[in-house]
Design a protein around this ligand. Structure first.
Ligand SMILES: *Cc1c(COP(=O)(O)O)cnc(C)c1O
Length: 402
């Protein structure tokens, strides 16, 4: 197989999905498909009854092609174009998560022209700061996302005065790769406050979408291959005070697909610099942008362990003509030689979807470790769809959680 290529472990993805729906119980989950749009991966996710969270018109079309049902698709994004709004209306998606007053007015006018009805959730910027890289914070006032708490009532009034829009609820998304659960606790408490405030103003909220953001363990992916769904949902169970007919949705991306993908690459050259030893690999920022874009650190392992006890220090860098094309600096790993195969772990989310052809690079191919007992397992699951509760029964009866 020509390197670099992506290898996806569909068995691990399936285990992750089983763990997720078990702990989510009656919470509704949408998969944020921007994290990974691979057809096989998306197909497997739809077989577990998840909805989709889309951020472009093309993602909506792709989600439909992969089998997500249209009423289970939500559409977020600060810059939805008229054409994308028409695609969404044409396909009767479940909900628009709107991010500004002007966008709401545009959706209203297009829906009127098309004689369509649109469900609207207002994306609120809760001004909750989170412990993550500044480029993946989305819920503080200086970010471009959502509307302020003070603006909600004005938008609600506007929606109520139309006959083709309905308010379905509120939407939040505070950022990504969040591992400090206090951040989610703050979000839950802020949401309680907003719901109380709206209740006092005579507005009842029956749908809440709390976004995504649950982080994964990039340092110890082998030890912790599955995100901590249990404690994540427990934070909301313990801190969110909403009445029982309020439906609570989440939109998870990274925590579902992050650990199931690896990028395999070969060492092209070893170069001794003046103060540094470089391992130049055949994967670059065009194959995996996260290190260059967010200073993200992925674990890198050598596939054949020749001298496990003698590690050397390398800067592991790509071939692209950019100084930011660095995967790890001062990284300790077994001695590397030209031709060695390296595995970059935890590349399932925001990996292949961000590939570019800069430097006229070829696009990496995808290979898969297939699921076992695929047909029998999926039949059981299909029978249980679409309700999570019956899936949960299947899981607790040990039919799908071995
Ligand atoms: C990207 C995104 C998500 C998913 O975030 P993860 O950190 O991958 O879980 C959810 N909701 C919205 C609106 C997003 O833009």
């Amino acid at each position: 197989m020509t390197t670099p290529y992506y290898l996806y472990d569909l068995k691990l993805l399936e285990k992750t999905l089983q763990n997720l729906i078990f702990h989510a119980a009656d919470y509704r989950i949408h998969y944020a498909i921007k994290a990974n749009t691979d057809y096989k991966i998306n197909k497997l996710i739809t077989s577990y009854g998840l909805g989709a969270d889309c951020v472009s018109g093309n993602e909506i079309l792709h989600a439909l092609k992969c089998g997500f049902s249209s009423d289970n698709i939500v559409f977020a994004g600060v810059g939805k174009t008229d054409q994308e709004i028409s695609i969404a209306l044409e396909n009767n998606i479940g909900c628009f998560n709107i991010e500004s007053f002007q966008e709401l007015k545009v959706i209203h006018s297009i829906a009127q022209q098309m004689n369509k009805h649109a469900n609207i959730a207002i994306r609120v910027n809760p001004n909750v700061d989170v412990d993550t890289h500044q480029y993946i914070k989305t819920g503080i006032n200086e970010n471009k996302f959502g509307v302020s708490i003070e603006q909600i009532l004005e938008l609600v009034d506007y929606i109520e005065d139309t006959n083709c829009l309905s308010l379905t609820g509120l939407h939040f998304h505070i950022g990504s790769q969040i591992t400090n659960f206090r951040n989610f606790e703050f979000l839950a408490k802020k949401v309680n406050f907003i719901i109380d405030y709206l209740h006092n103003e005579g507005v009842e909220i029956n749908h809440l979408n709390l976004g995504g953001g649950l982080g994964i363990d990039y340092e110890n992916p082998t030890e912790n291959p599955i995100a901590d769904f249990k404690n994540y949902f427990d934070v909301f169970r313990n801190n969110l005070s909403v009445n029982s007919n309020c439906k609570v949705h989440f939109e998870l991306g990274r925590s579902i697909v992050g650990q199931c993908g690896e990028l395999h690459t070969k060492v092209v050259y070893i170069k001794e610099g003046i103060n540094k030893r470089f391992a130049i690999i055949d994967a670059g920022m065009t194959d995996l942008l996260r290190p260059a874009l967010y200073q993200a650190k992925h674990k890198i392992v050598k596939q054949s362990k020749t001298h496990p006890f003698s590690k050397l220090k390398y800067d592991i860098v790509g071939p692209i003509c950019e100084s930011s094309d660095v995967f790890r600096k001062d990284y300790f790993i077994e001695e590397l030689n030209r031709g060695d195969l390296l595995v970059i772990k935890s590349c399932g989310a925001y990996g292949q979807v961000m590939c570019s052809s800069y430097n006229l690079r070829s696009q990496p191919k995808s290979y898969y470790i297939e699921t076992e007992n695929k047909s029998s397992l999926n039949e059981e699951i299909k029978l249980a769809l679409p309700t999570y509760l019956s899936l949960k029964n299947l899981v607790s009866n040990n039919i799908i959680l071995q």
